[in-house]
Design a protein around this ligand. Sequence first.
Ligand code: FEO
Length: 391
Amino acid sequence: MSIQKIIENVYAVGSKDPRRPLFDQLMPLEEGTSYNSYLIKGSEKIALIDTVYPPFEQDIEEKLNELHIDHIDYIIADHGEQDHSGALPGLLKKYPMAKIVTNQKCKEITMGFLPLKEEDYLVVGDGDSISLGDKTLEFMMMPWVHWPDTMFTYLKEDGILFTTDFFGAHATNFDLFWEDDPRLIPLAKAYYAEIMQPFARVFQKYIPRVEEMAPKMIASSHGPIYKKPSFIIDLYKEWTSPNKKNQVVIVGVSMYGSTDQMVDYITERLTEKGIQVKYYDAVHLNATGLASDLIDSMGLIVATPTVLTGPHPAVVMPIFLANVLKPTLKYIGLIGSYSWGTLVDKQVVGMLGNLKDVQILPPVLAKGTPKDVDKKALDELVEKIAVYHAS
Ligand code: FEO
């Protein structure tokens, strides 16, 4: 990514990493990601907002050289994760007079990962500000976006809100600004689903705070700058809303076809009721699709045969993922076949302990292939599910 001028004396100096295949060694990236960093030249002082992932340290240093930056006064660390903080030690070596400006929690986290010292930091709190001369940076503590250390920085005179990971997207196929082209929506949604989803309730308080500020631009640490902030704000309102689509996710695996027969049966019955079923194959899991669909779905049905006494190992990963992402589901169902005995219901429920406000529906577990009695139990399960979708 070349240097890009946002407005007079404010530049994007971060890096694109289009060939990165996975984030957190878990989520596939369609077009890699970017590590955004912003340089702000005030009339008296210079600040850099966030750095980059360490493999791109040379890239940011070359950009700063190209801009003839011979000193930096402040490096703002809005978040301590190393895709943004990793180049702090190298940049402090290049600009030894610079202070890292951050909150106490981010200071502790970055000192835990990086060779940094107490005296490298200037600690700020909510509402604090620093002057760069003709420009002012104001700090807002916004913990749990998605770590406890996160804060936003507001460039007051120009109305640019820097939101660290919040409102981000793993996207590299963009110029600099984004207005309302819907092409970004699935990428921003996947990013929200995988990183932000567990904190949806927290964000219901943060989003109005951002709206009240009415920033002219939102600049996140991944993806484009939103020149029309309402585009991404409205999407976040939708994704954090307790209102769900008339949709249920089934994630399943079958060894000899009995559990698949149950999935087919319940899918047909749910579809007859007008409920959309999104099925995910646990063996060849599209984790991004699953995470995104969990945002909008009323419920989740786990379909698994019993392996010895527990769920099939392939379905454990998506169950664990759902437990980590904490989607605001209304209900969870469990269906599947077993041969001689099963503890699958206890084990699956035990894996979903993070989902506090969700109703666990009675499991439907068939001995062998599903018989009429099992189909009747599936019909009863569908009736229970339909109640949620009717309200
Ligand atoms: Fe993009 Fe939480 O780091």
